[in-house]
Design a protein around this ligand. Structure first.
Ligand SMILES: O=CC(=O)O
Length: 313
């Protein structure tokens, strides 16, 4: 398979790069200065694109690559892949579900704890020597808080399971009710937000879920409510969230994703009730390896005419 051109637009995993290089002709787009010319020069040999959560395969890239057969995303979310264009051209698409579920769900709980118990802020308090002048102030209990989950897929269910261990009543909103689950279903997001202390956003980003967290939902969550976003930045109307936090209309936020990554609204930097992570939901050594193995497994299956391991299209 070493003559098959595999295009990687941005760096994402050293292990994945090494393993791809052992099997394919890996073309690292970020290393070349003349990207458009490079793509033209290699358009006859590129049969696969390996993208990620930030850089997938848009219509323009797909049109540039006439021999493209598969987009294997190093991510579970495939909102940066033009799925319609792929369907139209018969291009297969795969992602990396399941292997990252635990890490992302762990991080949701970590963010909720970090916001309510002010873990980052109290760490800064100690490091700056302020403990010597007095104890850190009281924070807010997490155990028993009502957790509302927006999107009860694989990761949403894993968040629910973890929150249950903290005796948190669970409620959710998703496109359809899941009667087999004992959690309370709200057919409307505003109702879910009105009835929970912590709202975790974990659904897929689609045209329907873009800005699903708008001013009405934020106000329903209210000055004691905490928003946790481990889904995608564009789920949230970011300027509305920033104003609500600055004006005290929202109690706090734990964010791993942003509307224009890596740009993050700087007004949030000064807020002690906000914890900001640089989109690291699945970034552990173990999950990086598992995701890379899945990308490679999908590419090998495709180029050996075997069934894909985790097909999306
Ligand atoms: O954001 C990360 C992913 O979609 O895997």
């Amino acid at each position: 398979m070493d003559s098959i051109g595999v295009l990687m637009p941005v760096p994402m995993s050293t292990y994945l790069e090494q393993e791809l290089e052992k099997r394919f002709n890996l073309l690292k787009l970020w290393t070349v200065p003349q990207k458009t010319q490079f793509l033209k020069d290699h358009s006859g040999s590129i049969r696969a694109v390996v993208g990620n959560a930030g850089n997938g395969a848009d219509a323009e890239l797909i049109e540039t690559l006439p021999k493209l057969e598969i987009v294997a995303s190093f991510s579970v979310g495939i909102d940066k892949v033009d799925l319609n264009k792929c369907r139209e051209k018969g291009i297969r698409v795969t992602n990396t579900p399941d292997v990252l579920t635990d890490d992302v769900a762990d991080l949701a709980i970590g963010l909720a704890l970090a916001v309510l118990r002010r873990l980052c802020e109290s760490d800064r308090y100690l490091r700056s020597g302020q403990w010597k002048k007095g104890d850190y102030k009281l924070t807010t209990k997490f155990t028993g808080k009502t957790v509302g989950i927006l999107g009860l897929g694989r990761i949403g269910k894993a968040v629910a399971k973890r929150a249950e261990a903290f005796s948190c009543p669970i409620s959710y909103h998703s496109r359809t009710e899941k009667p087999e689950l004992k959690y309370k279903y709200y057919p409307c997001v505003v109702e879910l937000a009105s009835n929970c202390d912590i709202l975790v956003v974990v659904c897929a980003l689609t045209d329907e879920t873009r800005h699903i967290i708008n001013r009405e939902v934020i106000d329903a969550l209210g000055p004691k409510g905490v928003l946790i976003n481990i889904g995608r930045g564009p789920h949230v109307d970011e300027p509305e969230m920033v104003s609500a936090l600055l004006e005290g209309r929202l109690g706090g936020a734990g964010l791993d994703v942003y509307e224009n990554e890596p740009e993050v609204p700087e007004q949030l930097f000064e807020l002690e009730n906000v914890v900001l992570l640089p989109h690291v939901g699945s970034d552990t050594v173990q999950t990086d390896t598992a995701m890379a193995d899945l990308v490679i497994g999908n590419l090998e299956a495709h180029f050996s005419n075997k069934p894909l391991l985790t097909p999306v299209v």
